[in-house]
Design a protein around this ligand. Sequence first.
Ligand SMILES: C[S@@+](CC[C@H](N)C(=O)[O-])C[C@H]1O[C@@H](n2cnc3c(N)ncnc32)[C@H](O)[C@@H]1O
Length: 258
Amino acid sequence: MHLGSPENLSQLNADAPWDAFDPQAYVQHNYERVIDEDAEIISIVRAHFSDHFGARPDRPFRGIDVGAGANLYPAFSMLPWCEEITLLDRATPNVEYLEKQRRSYDQSWDAFWNLLCRDVGYRAMPNDPRQRFADVVRIEQGDLFALSDRRDHWSLGTMFFVAESLSTSEDEFRRAVECFLLSLTPGAPFAAAFMEHSEGYVVGSTHFPACDVGEPEIRSAIESYADGLRMFTVGQPDAVRPGYTHMIVACGFRGRGI
Ligand SMILES: C[S@@+](CC[C@H](N)C(=O)[O-])C[C@H]1O[C@@H](n2cnc3c(N)ncnc32)[C@H](O)[C@@H]1O
């Protein structure tokens, strides 16, 4: 999620123009090739999931990528261990993009899968990843705030560049993190990524809001719902667009004592 804009007027999630989100423009700018920041994020998430699940042949797990948008690599990171992966997003164009990719994803995504395959947990997956993605993924159009009705449901989860990139409200940022983490079963591994101090972003010609959060706000939103939380700072200020500082990756396990 790497496009920026200096304009970031106050805007709640329900008021942003989600159905004007242009997945083609978004992919072209962000995921047409693997940039260094995504390679680093992939190596962090790959190690986190692979260390937890190892090369288990059985895949009884249900995964979720919250606010999947036009990014397939968070779902790839869960692929070897899941019998089902839900890709949740509220924007109609993103849901249509994901449906098309589910049938047979574009070649540009192969480079992301190949990076995951540096770990044996991914390399050992017996099936062709394109076929497995088509078999395992289900796409759901919906609002992540409604996940509060589906507590303890998924056994691993990802949420990349969503909680801070859905409105200017810190209250909505915190609620998005809470809804994501409580939708996971106690002990479930998770990975989440954030744009630190984002001023909002432009996709195609449409501006989308962001909430200005730093490492302390991200940590504080996550830590009461998580065990074993580890946070990583990725990239250099404004390296991929103006209007943010770093990317932050958080890995851990849904807290058991909640
Ligand atoms: C900046 S994009 C991130 C997309 C993708 N996860 C990535 O890593 O590039 C934010 C995504 O959040 C989705 N979104 C915004 N509000 C949402 C909500 N209330 N429920 C579900 N998805 C939402 C948008 O449609 C968009 O796909």
